[in-house]
Design a protein around this ligand. Structure first.
Ligand code: BEZ
Ligand code: FE
Length: 270
């Protein structure tokens, strides 16, 4: 064995690169790839790089979600993990529960979400867990890409109470498009696919002695739930929402309990 293969990091690179190259050669043989098609593919990938869309390409190919499942064990205990996506911003305001993620005049239907953060080991509540939450407006835009929204609108780090209970008041987010205009968007169009993501709320939950949990909660009834452009929808992550008839504005309430895995209980490959 040569030195490159003996070094574990290089051995892994050699193994995975070899498998990728074999798969690419097989595709070229099976489909009798032409020189023109190869040139078109290479110039597409060049543009993907220039436009900084490689992560988006991995997302729409379903690779990001697949690797997330392989890393965090889709069949393991606790709440299903999910991809973080590109819209996370660190440093959102720390808010005690019950927390407001937006001003009272934020357009949209009101959503009051509450629940308990527990340990997946024994289902005991995790006091003082923190839920870092981010979502789009009802119009389907994140605050950092929409000058009409205040800084850190619809984002917050919600501090659960001593019993692990949290409550947050927000609005029902809207679905949004992820790939308008660029090479990945053109590819989706050419493949007859759309670039919509169903409405969802991202959450990153942390608690002492437990692995952080990044996931997203989906809004029931969204028209794109069955065809998410990044294939991230999982049935247990779709909220159940009940209307609150006595409220002044259209308001829904929902309950979602999070279960975090204890540290050291994680799947082997991280
Ligand atoms: C998102 O959930 O915000 C997202 C995920 C993947 C690609 C683009 C956006
Ligand atoms: Fe998102």
């Amino acid at each position: 064995m040569d030195d490159a293969r003996r070094d574990p990091a290089n051995a892994r690179l050699v193994e995975v690169t070899g498998a990728v190259v074999s798969a690419l050669h097989q595709v070229a043989r099976d489909h009798r790839l032409t020189e023109l098609e190869l040139r078109q593919a290479l110039s597409f990938l060049t543009e993907v790089g220039t436009r900084n869309e490689f992560t988006l390409l991995s997302d729409v190919m379903g690779l990001s979600v697949l690797v997330d499942d392989l890393t965090h064990g889709a069949d393991g205990p606790g709440t299903r993990h999910n991809v973080e996506g590109p819209a996370y911003r660190p440093g959102a305001p720390l808010l005690p529960s019950p927390a407001q993620l937006c001003g009272a005049d934020e357009p949209g239907d009101v959503l009051v979400l509450q629940g308990t953060v527990r340990s997946a080991a024994d289902r005991c509540p995790l006091p003082n867990a923190v839920l870092d939450v981010w979502q789009t407006s009802a119009h389907g835009t994140y605050e950092h890409e929409d000058p009409a929204q205040p800084d850190f609108n619809l984002r917050g780090r919600v501090q659960a109470d001593g019993a692990g209970d949290y409550e947050l008041r927000t609005i029902v987010p809207g679905p949004y498009r992820i790939a308008r205009g660029g090479p990945v968007g053109r590819l989706l169009l050419a493949l007859g696919r759309h670039d919509w993501r169903p409405a969802h709320i991202h959450v990153r939950v942390t608690a002492p002695e437990h692995a952080p949990l990044t996931t997203m909660l989906f809004i029931p009834g969204d028209p794109w739930l069955g065809s998410d452009a990044i294939d991230a929808v999982q049935a247990p992550l779709i909220l159940e929402m009940a209307p609150c008839p006595e409220a002044e504005r259209t308001t829904f309430s929902s309950r979602f309990d999070f279960e975090l895995r204890p540290l050291g209980d994680a799947p082997a490959r991280r």
